[in-house]
Structures are given as C-alpha cells and as structure tokens.
Design a protein around this ligand. Structure first.
Ligand code: 13P
Length: 331
C-alpha cells in the first residue's frame, strides 16, 4: 500500500469545487430506468447513453471522477476512443463499482448483505490495468421497526473492511458506501439513529482491519425523513442533522465524505449540500457523488429525443454546475 498515492488520488477527487458523478448503474438498474422511459434495453443503447455522459463538453470543470460499471469500463465512443481514454484526456479520474449487488441476509427478513467479495482482488487488478484509480462498494439498510439489525450492519461492515483493504493494497482508493434507504415512513430522528449506529460499526471494523483512513472516501446518505414520512424537514434541518451525525462518528482524518442522492428530489439534494456548506467550517472535505440527481434531466431529454445529444448534455452540465456551486455553499 502506497499511502502517498492514495492521499493524492483522494485530494484530486475532492478538490473544490468538484464532485464525483456516479454512472455505475448495474445492468438491471439501468434497464429499469430505460424501460420506464421507453428506451430499448440493449447494450448499444446503454453505450449510446453513456457516450453522451462521458463526452459532455466542459464537465471536467465540475466533476473530478466518474464511477463506471463493468460494461461501461469496456465500451468506446463511436469515433473509436474508449470511454476511459476520453475521461483521462479531460483529467477525470476513473472509478469502478466492484460490489456485485445485494442478496438476502439469512434469517433476517428483508435485510440485505452485499455480494462480490469472492475474486475481488483479481478483478481489482484488471480494473487497475484498465485505468481505475478508485472503486466503490455499496451496502443498503432498510429502516423498519427492527431493522437494520446489529448483525446485518456488522456483516456489511466486515465486508467493507475486506473490500477497502483489497483496494488499498493495489493503491486504489476505496469509496465505502453505506446507504440508509429513503424508503419508508420513518422520521428524521430514526434515520439519525440508524445512520449514527451504522457509522460507529463501519468505522470500528475499518480501523480494526487496519484500513488506512486518510486513504478512503465515505459515500453516505443524508440524515433525512423517509419518503413517506408524515413530517418533512427543511434543507437547514437536514443539513444540521447530517453534519452533526457525521461529526460524531466519522474520523477527522478521513480522506473525505461524498453524498449519494438516494432518490431525493434533484434540487433538494443540491440545496441540502449547499446548506451544509453555509454552516460552520467542516472538519473534512464534503461534496457530492450523485447519480440520479445529476443524470435525471439528461436521461429524460435523451429518452424523448436521442438525436438531440446537445440538449441532454446541456442539462447534465447544468446539474453538475449547480452541485459544484453547492459544494462550496454558493448555490
Ligand atoms: P444516486 O445519487 O442516484 O443515489 O446514486 C448514487 C450511487 O452511486 C448509488 O449507489
């Protein structure tokens, strides 16, 4: 593990006013989004859509890294240039989703653990050869009366630690992504407690396993009411609770923190990040790593008229710019 290399990659990824764009939807997630909009779910259509995301002119002003899915990692633009070489030529870091999705957690109804640890080291070696400098591994937690259970959080945390170590051994920066799902009618206090307990478990496993904390990035959900909650929360309340929770449990020497958008309304995700940066100074770099909140407008526009790539790219650029402004409290 070369700690200097890891720290340098982290600082390139988190240099203000930039954030990370997630375009790492798995085949099934990407196809579901295409189906909803009437787009054929073929490899070529996914390539065409990803080409517009990767080739958007000027996006490198706002985006430091793209997280790709395995299929996208191997695809090329129509002019023959690989997506990886296009991103690198813009100075954008290439990241790769390396988890294999989730599976049922035995004996725990409705709970999930993340798959993909088998053979991970070999896959990472290949991705590194292809040009990846960072990776992502996601675990999900459903908020319910008795969930997430301690056992489920612990199991996922052990996997995070194994994954993070495997990445760092190859000088690949691991993004550790524990996502407390927005589904449900729980209130913000419940989300706060679940996020707090889970972060405690995640960081204690990472530290015990010897993961180099300044060489990782935490990708987290915000502390937010469930999407069917009776009482909503303002941007200021979400910002205050999220930062308080993170300050309690995230080590000060972590490389940095980024947010997923998790199904929030696009603009709310931007406003929440902006509100966090308008508060007191923060102990760690804090920015965005949104998927949907940046892509939604572009995808809808392209689905309606795939010949008007420029329009979709403009929408993508605008969303990236808005979030870049929010990442320095200037939205
Ligand atoms: P969303 O911002 O759409 O939640 O995607 C981020 C991500 O990487 C999910 O794993």
């Amino acid at each position: 593990m070369n700690q200097e290399v890891l720290i340098k990659t982290v600082s390139r990824l988190l240099a203000p006013p930039k954030g990370i764009l997630a375009i790492d939807e798995s085949l099934s997630t990407c196809n579901k989004r295409f189906e909803k909009l009437g787009v054929p779910t073929t490899e070529e259509k996914r390539r065409e859509y990803r080409e517009l995301l990767v080739t958007t002119p000027g996006i490198e002003k706002y985006i430091s890294g793209y997280i790709l899915f395995d299929e996208t990692m191997r695809q090329s633009a129509l002019d023959g240039r690989s997506f990886i070489s296009i991103l690198k030529s813009k100075g954008i870091e290439v990241g790769i989703k390396v988890d294999g999705g989730t599976t049922d957690f035995p004996l725990h109804l409705g709970e999930k653990v993340t798959k993909g640890i088998e053979g991970l080291a070999d896959r990472l070696k290949e991705y590194k050869k292809l040009g990846a400098t960072f990776a992502k591994w996601r675990a999900i937690y459903t908020v319910g009366e008795n969930t997430p259970s301690h056992d489920c959080m612990k199991e996922n945390a052990i996997l995070f630690a194994q994954y993070a170590l495997a990445c760092q051994r190859l000088d690949i920066v691991p993004i550790v992504e524990p996502e407390v799902l927005i589904d449900g009618d729980h209130d913000m206090e419940k989300c706060y407690k679940v996020t707090l307990d889970n972060l405690q478990i995640v960081f204690s496993e990472l530290k015990e396993a010897g993961v180099f904390i300044p060489g990782i990035i935490l990708k987290t959900s915000m502390v937010i009411p469930g999407k069917d909650a009776k009482v909503s929360a303002s941007n200021i309340e979400i910002a205050r609770n999220t930062v308080k929770c993170l300050k309690e449990k995230v080590p000060k020497d972590i490389g940095g923190i980024v947010f997923l958008s998790g199904g929030q309304d696009d603009e709310e995700a931007t406003k929440n990040l902006n509100a966090m940066h308008q508060m007191d100074s923060l102990p760690w770099p804090l920015t965005f790593s949104y998927g949907r909140a940046i892509q939604n407008g572009a995808l809808e526009s392209w689905a309606k008229d795939s010949s008007d790539v420029a329009c979709a790219q403009e929408l993508l650029l605008k969303a990236a710019k808005d979030n870049s402004l929010a990442s320095v409290g200037q939205y």
